[in-house]
Design a protein around this ligand. Sequence first.
Ligand SMILES: NC(=O)c1ccc[n+]([C@@H]2O[C@H](COP(=O)([O-])OP(=O)(O)OC[C@H]3O[C@@H](n4cnc5c(N)ncnc54)[C@H](O)[C@@H]3O)[C@@H](O)[C@H]2O)c1
Length: 443
Amino acid sequence: MNFDKICILGLGYIGLPTASTFASKGVKVLGVDVDAQVVETLRSGKLHIHEPGLREMYKSALESGNFSLSTEPQAADAFLIAVPTPFYDDRTGDYQGRSFKLADMRAVSSAAEAIVPFLRKGNLVVLESTSPPRTTVELVAPILARSGLKPGRDFFLAYSPERVLPGRILRELIENARVIGGITPASAQAGADLYAMFVKGEIVQTDATTAEMVKLMENTYRDINIAIANEFSRLADRFGVDIWEAVSLANRHPRVKILSPGPGVGGHCISVDPWFFVESAPELSPLISTARRVNDAQPHYVVELIKRALCGSDFPQAALKGKRIAALGLAYKPDVDDLRESPAIDVVRLLGQEGAQVKAWEPFKPDARLQDIEMAASLEDALQAAELVVLLVAHSEFLTIKPIELASRTGARVVMDAVNGWKSAEWQDAGFRVVRLGVGTKH
Ligand SMILES: NC(=O)c1ccc[n+]([C@@H]2O[C@H](COP(=O)([O-])OP(=O)(O)OC[C@H]3O[C@@H](n4cnc5c(N)ncnc54)[C@H](O)[C@@H]3O)[C@@H](O)[C@H]2O)c1
């Protein structure tokens, strides 16, 4: 199948790199976003997101004349939907007294509706957004059928999950294996033909619901693995063990691969997607929902450790009241600017709720405006009056901080390391008391 023009709906972390990559292969691409400001920013040659290498690639795509932008779709050979699939903030489901989060699929529905007037016989539509099982056949196909065309007979429809890692998106888009699930085998083949334009990894065809489930299984597997690492970190603390050493020793077993504990799980993939299973079949997913709860509770545990760092094991009720804390990092993981669902933000908010005066420094988003969070203007600003420094994200620039130098820039003499980013001995030598997540007090 030939694709001369592709319309990509949603120009965020997934849609924009995908659109730029197609355009760099000589295809005419129309990038569509409902956010007029996103379209305006992109038209002016600027980016609204940070991703290594994207600026250059986008610029050359724009200059080649292959990339145009709009807030509405136009006729094309293929339509790709890469819009957000978060959960509702204000609505939850309930199963036997345990609440679960609900997927907000409104962006997918409205993107599919926007395609309807432009859909032609022989077109291909691919949903890339991470979605609950059966979304392609039960939500997207019926909307597209309003065009009068029959999905699978008159046009091709497929689901293809995205697996890229923020920070390495441009490389992984090309190199990762890609799963394409068609609502018919011919739809899967059409999807495979489309992505073969740039994908160098294996392209594997299956049906749409399998492809949806594969994506959710991948992220759920990681969420559960991190949940057990987080639970191990609490047990290690109890038993006077260093969890980081213990995990590294356990992982020398040829069939064991425990992930790292940390302040929680964030980003809008791993911390969101497992709920899609729970919502679809709560009676079949008790392990998945428990893992979600364990990871969501981890920021509370970090706050307990901070109290212990400041006041010792018998900390009083109001241990944090008036304490001045410098929080380093707000992103959901190292070296990215993505703050969505970040557990670091949860930690800072919880500290604030208990009366601490926190200044947060996020070098990748210094201008972020977040409810109930005071942003520092610089690292210096965060450190200035602090009594305790908490490392919440292992950004490279934090890991290279020299304790001796930091000691001269702050009065704080206590550090809490929630990500195993700093060598305790070096900090202790520089005069700091160090509390590390997952390192027992008896150690
Ligand atoms: N970011 C990742 O690393 C990643 C990885 C794998 C899968 N995914 C999945 O990909 C999907 C997109 O994620 P993202 O990170 O690119 O989101 P994003 O929030 O960065 O960008 C989505 C864009 O879609 C736009 N949008 C919303 N509704 C729209 C509509 N009806 N029509 C056109 N545009 C619309 C928004 O304005 C926004 O600019 C999600 O389902 C996500 O779970 C993301």
